[in-house]
Design a protein around this ligand. Structure first.
Ligand code: OXC
Length: 313
């Protein structure tokens, strides 16, 4: 039998799969669906200090022909106090650890939200989102190395406990090097979640000659199978450069096969976004079985047997 369990930020996950922040996690009833699913954990929708409606619709459109999607949600969420209240009443005897995503519109907002969670002293794990590409006029912090380091200098000492950050995709070896050097300065930065959507793509309908989503002239984050190979590269780049941190892989996972590749690249856990949005939480039972079958066929008993062991030529 294959063992799919894993550990992130000092917490045990019964299996490595959970939702990508943003999908099936804005409201309590959605989080309940995740709790009742075969996921190994769950993460809340990225919270801002105040509640947000987000961008005008259409703001999420699947691209079924390539098992992908484009979105410009614009951080719609219930406001951080909603998720703090949820985290306060969460049953931590549940085998699924709770992750909470925070995406402040400023370092000051992130600081206030982090202070709120630290004051509550809860067992949930904080994931700071440095990479939302869809708030008009707000550049992704993850693409400003100095600002990212400065934000970590403020937040890491306040959080004290192990925490994670959600990163945008990088596309240049020098950027992997610079970013990893920054992350390695923060001992309690326990894990990196790679990748957020590939920012500011443009999907156009051939017949109507019109952009598919309304916000930002149709520019939105790309997700799903089309970003798999960029996601694998980011997982492996930081796996190689940050030996004392775990990597959560996200991007392009539609089946056990892509999950296997993420672990081979170095992922300790795997989040699923687009495919979860399209298939619903029953997806977790399917991908778990698919990965178990792959591991049995290849003779692997646990994720440690092949994590990070991608071969090179
Ligand atoms: O970090 C995010 N990434 C996305 O692709 N979309 C959402 C959003 O727009 O809220 N946020």
């Amino acid at each position: 039998m294959a063992n799919l369990s894993t550990n992130i930020a000092g917490l045990h996950l019964p299996n490595l799969f959970f939702n990508a922040s943003g999908v099936c996690c804005q409201h309590e009833h959605e989080l309940k669906q995740l709790l009742e699913s075969d996921s190994g954990s769950l993460i809340t929708k990225s919270a801002t200090y105040e509640m947000r409606e987000g961008n005008p619709s259409p703001r999420y459109v699947p691209l079924p022909a390539i098992q992908s999607s484009i979105n410009s949600m614009g951080l719609p969420n219930e406001g951080y106090e909603y998720y703090l209240a949820y985290a306060k009443k969460y049953d931590y005897s549940n085998p699924k650890p709770l992750f909470v995503s925070l995406s402040g519109l400023s370092v000051a907002d992130n600081k206030k939200m982090v202070e709120g969670f630290v004051a509550a002293n809860l067992p949930c794990v904080l994931e700071i989102n440095f990479s939302c590409p869809n708030v008009p006029g707000k550049p992704q912090l993850g693409y400003d190395m100095e600002a990212m380091e400065s934000a970590l200098n403020v937040l890491a000492p306040i959080i004290k406990k192990p925490f994670g950050i959600k990163l945008p995709p990088y596309f240049d070896i020098a950027h992997f090097d610079t970013a990893a050097a920054i992350f390695n300065k923060f001992d309690n930065l326990a894990y990196l979640t790679c990748i957020n959507s590939v920012g500011n793509g443009l999907a156009i309908d051939f017949e109507t000659e019109t952009a598919l989503i309304k916000p930002k002239d149709g520019f939105g984050g790309l997700g799903g199978l089309m970003v798999l190979n960029t996601a694998l590269a980011n997982v492996n780049a930081f796996y190689r450069r940050c030996p004392n941190k775990k990597i959560i892989g996200v991007g392009g996972v539609t089946s056990g096969k892509e999950a296997f590749l993420h672990v081979l690249a170095g992922a300790s856990a795997v989040q699923i976004g687009t495919q979860l949005k399209e298939e619903g939480p029953k997806l977790f039972s399917r991908v778990k079985k698919e990965l178990e079958d792959i591991m049995v066929a290849k003779g692997y008993k646990s994720l440690e047997d092949f994590r990070g062991k991608v071969k090179t030529l």
